[in-house]
Ligand binder design. Structure first.
Ligand code: ZN
Ligand code: ZN
Length: 409
């Protein structure tokens, strides 16, 4: 991929994504496979006035070997120095930039119990940090770059070089970073969310009824005074940022106690380096009552059984079929991309910003208001081109506002 285009992508992450300010600490996490690009992001962060830029290097292979060969008790401990490091960064007001290129199968065959135990201790130890990021007290942004393993998974018939080039092209197009001025293009894109958000926020539906041909038929209660969000976020000082690039979704908070019916996934889900395929869940009183998956059911169980909130919903997000990613008709095996091609739900923690005054509520108050609390937040896709959604008002009247995969207002 041409260097000038990558420089623009790096600048987009720094300026529009994390919106790095003068004198700010920046923490980048990214794969060793993408070292040249990560260095560009570092340079762009200094150009934006960062005081210091740190890099947390990730390596799928090293991680995999550890899961396979390390002493089993390693996975029951999340060392205090890791927690202290996050706290030191958070105290300094760090901005977090994540560059993701993981192989969707990186941890295939690894003991699911090791993954479950470590996810649990890590989740508990980093709770304070997650509160800051999910509550928008700290800015953060995630983008994706290709790796060979990922590119070959998406385009198995191409050579490594061709698959990499094609995945770069698709990722940049999907992230609206293929034009001459991606930063300006995102200013326009952000405006396009307003009409949908205004409409749904004014309606304040009591619940949504959602159906698809492949078997989803579910009624989701929405919390009182819910807020539909989309097209980016603002931190507590009012500084705008884009947690995800791409982003095409509008999303809000389901009531943790009011989901009734069946949800059939429309795409596989890569979680903990394992691909969960052909899965479905049935909800009763907001909780998963039964579930099944054709492959990696144990990985799905790791999410649902993580804690009390793992088997409840924390997000309902609607995406129109006509988004650029939807138009590519490609399965990316990557949540950042697939979730912006398809309507989705999240198991686990809800975002405080999806309810009025949410960031001022204690965890107990948040849960009482219907917000879900959990160590996990995992999006999975259930949207199809024939999805239909009805909004149901408190008096029972129905509005069919989304028909066959498109908004109709
Ligand atoms: Zn989402
Ligand atoms: Zn989500």
């Amino acid at each position: 991929m041409d260097k000038a285009r990558l420089e623009k992508y790096a600048a987009l992450l720094v300026r529009s994504g994390g919106n790095v300010q003068k004198g700010q600490l920046v923490v980048i996490s990214g794969s060793v496979d993408n070292a040249p690009f990560i260095r560009m992001v570092q340079g762009a962060a200094y150009d934006a006035g960062a005081s210091e830029v740190r890099v947390d290097w990730l390596d799928d292979q090293v991680n995999r070997t550890n899961y396979l060969r390390a002493d089993s008790k390693v996975f029951d401990v999340y060392e205090q120095w890791r927690v202290d490091k996050l706290k030191e960064q958070d105290d300094k007001g760090a901005v977090y930039l994540h560059v993701r290129s993981s192989d969707p199968d990186a941890l295939a065959g690894v003991d699911a119990d090791r993954l479950r135990r470590f996810a649990k201790v890590a989740g508990e130890a980093t709770k304070e940090h997650r509160k800051l990021t999910m509550g928008s007290f700290r800015r953060w942004s995630i983008i994706a770059t290709p790796s060979v393993a990922w590119a070959k998974k998406v385009f198995p018939d191409l050579s490594e070089a061709d698959a990499m080039e094609k995945l770069w092209k698709y990722l940049l197009k999907g992230a609206r970073a293929d034009g001459n001025d991606p930063i300006a293009d995102w200013v326009e894109h952000k405006k396009s969310f307003d009409a949908r958000l205004d409409y749904l926020n004014a309606k304040q539906f009591d619940s949504l009824r959602i159906k698809t041909r492949i078997g989803t038929d579910i009624t989701l209660g929405l919390v009182k005074n819910h807020i539909w969000e989309g097209g980016g976020d603002f931190d507590k000082d009012g500084i705008p940022f884009l947690p995800n690039m791409p982003t095409e979704e509008i999303f809000t908070m389901p009531d943790r106690l009011r989901a009734e019916g069946r949800v059939v996934a429309s795409m596989p889900l890569s979680y903990q380096g394992n691909l969960i395929e052909d899965f479905e869940m049935t909800f009763k009183n907001g909780k998963v009552e039964k579930f099944s998956a054709k492959s990696n059911e144990a990985t799905l169980a790791n999410i649902i059984e993580m804690d009390e909130g793992g088997g409840r919903l924390g997000e309902v997000a609607i995406v129109a079929n006509n988004s650029p990613i939807g138009q590519m008709n490609t399965l990316f095996y990557n949540t950042l991309f697939d979730e912006n091609a398809s309507s989705h739900l999240a198991l686990g923690k809800a975002y405080p910003k999806n309810i009025q005054g949410g960031d001022k509520l204690s965890t107990e108050e948040f849960v009482k208001a219907g917000g879900n609390d959990s160590l996990v937040h995992v999006d999975f896709m259930f949207g199809t081109d024939d999805m239909n959604i009805w909004g149901i008002a408190t008096d029972g009247t129905e509005t069919h506002f989304y028909q066959d995969g498109e908004f109709v207002f």
